[in-house]
Design a protein around this ligand. Structure first.
Ligand SMILES: *Cc1c(COP(=O)(O)O)cnc(C)c1O
Length: 426
């Protein structure tokens, strides 16, 4: 625990230079580290001492980013990875193998859905996708004796549903399995899932963590609040033959999960971020609190504007009082509902295409969560690999436009939309 408050931790983090060292986190663009004493290097390999020995497994710049993100989420350890996809992959593979089963919310990022439903199924891990708004007994009924994880997104991308943490963590406790939450869209500024019963958090740091759309990355954070020694997770308890008999729970206690993810999965799969990208994420976090405040404020104003616009059929934004997720948003993210909203333009998919052509300030990009306001038509882009049935299950309608509201002057954003909506509706 730190003595400082959240906003101070965003700015200062865990990087604490000694006298004469750079005030700003240096980029250690080196694969290798030089040592005098072979016994010390042996201790590094045996994990008896901390330190970097090869950048695939750790690097001082990446360490600082992991330390700050861990501090902001309130975990016991973090592991930075090369993309959000690799964070989702590691989150599951660290505790599931062929023959295991996972319950996942069906309202999740399209890339995560494909990873689970296609790629991990091919490795023999079974998934059941559940409506996150179903009652707890319905979700519990999808559990099997081999269920090892329950997974959901704090704010679903792009369905915009809010995870009912109380319900999901209750189910996780009933089944004695960890709750893994993708907190990408909320960020720890708006919601801290460990305080609501989550056990593992993942982020695509390509989004709000970076905040400027410069770098691809992901991170895995361990809440240290799950008892792995319950008979369901032998790989965390029994000796690891690939690491000369290391027993993770016995040796690392509450940090067993995150240590295993690094020394086992990262060692073998190698989804390592570049130190330069870790530097960019660390820099991005310095303004996370200011950005998320403004993203949320601008998104609410744009949502209210669109709601009263004659060319708009519907608006989905959990910060709107009329939104079905407003009560959950108020409960779990009282500081704001983030910068993502979606709306249905009158005239359907074809009017949506026209809208893109008439916007000047707001650009069409396949991304969200950076400073610049952008839009996307999910049905024809991010979710095009899904069937129409799967799209609708993930909350994607054909006329739906997703907006990532930036931190420009809100009046300029509103004027751009107003002009383009009238032109597109003609
Ligand atoms: C973008 C995104 C991902 C995947 O992250 P990448 O960094 O693009 O690999 C995962 N989850 C959510 C919620 C996302 O928005």
């Amino acid at each position: 625990m730190t003595k400082y408050r959240f906003n101070t931790n965003c700015v200062q983090g865990t990087y604490n230079p000694k006298s004469g060292e750079p005030r700003v986190l240096p980029i250690t663009q080196s694969t290798t580290f030089s040592y005098d004493d072979p016994d010390y290097v042996a201790d590094l390999f045996d994990l008896k001492v901390g330190g970097s020995f090869y950048t695939r497994l750790g690097n001082p710049t990446t360490d600082a980013f992991e330390g700050k993100m861990n501090l902001l989420e309130g975990g016991v350890g973090a592991l930075a990875l090369s993309s959000g996809q690799s964070a989702s992959l590691f989150a599951i593979l660290n505790i599931c193998k062929a023959g295991d089963h996972v319950i996942s919310s069906s309202s999740i990022y399209g890339g995560t859905y494909n990873l689970f439903n296609v790629s991990l199924r091919k490795l023999g891990i079974d998934f059941t996708f559940v409506d996150p708004d179903a009652d707890k007994d319905t979700i519990l009924a999808s559990a099997k004796p081999n269920t090892k994880v329950i997974f959901g997104e704090t704010i679903a991308n792009p369905g915009m549903s809010i995870l009912d943490f109380d319900k999901f963590s209750f189910i996780a406790k009933q089944l004695d399995i960890p709750l893994i939450v993708d907190n990408t869209l909320a960020t720890p500024y708006l919601c801290r899932p460990f305080e609501h019963g989550a056990n593992i958090i993942i982020h695509s740091t390509s989004k709000y963590t970076d905040g400027h759309a410069t770098s691809l990355g992901g991170i895995l954070i361990d809440g240290g609040n799950f008892n792995w020694n319950n008979g369901k997770f032998p790989d965390l308890v029994e000796p690891d033959p690939s690491y000369h008999g290391l027993e993770y729970v016995k040796t690392f206690g509450t940090a067993a999960y995150i240590v295993k993810a690094r020394v086992h999965l990262l060692r073998d799969y190698g989804c390592t971020p570049s130190p330069f990208n870790a530097f960019m994420f660390h820099l991005g976090l310095e303004t996370l609190h200011l950005r998320m405040e403004r993203h949320s404020e601008n998104a609410l104003k744009l949502a209210e504007f669109l709601q009263s616009h004659p060319c708009v059929d519907w608006v989905k934004y959990p910060g709107l009082k009329s939104d079905p997720y407003f009560p959950l948003a108020q409960k779990y993210m009282p500081k704001g509902a983030s910068g993502i909203l979606s709306f249905g333009i009158k005239g359907g998919a074809s009017a949506g295409k026209e809208l893109v052509k008439h916007l000047d300030l707001v650009r069409l990009v396949v991304h969200l969560g950076d400073l610049r306001t952008s839009i996307l038509h999910p049905a024809s882009t991010t979710h095009r690999q899904l069937s129409e049935k799967q799209q609708i299950e993930s909350g994607i309608l054909p006329e739906m436009i997703r907006v990532s509201v930036g931190i420009e002057d809100i009046d300029d954003i509103i004027e751009d939309f107003d002009k383009a909506l009238h032109a597109a509706a003609k």
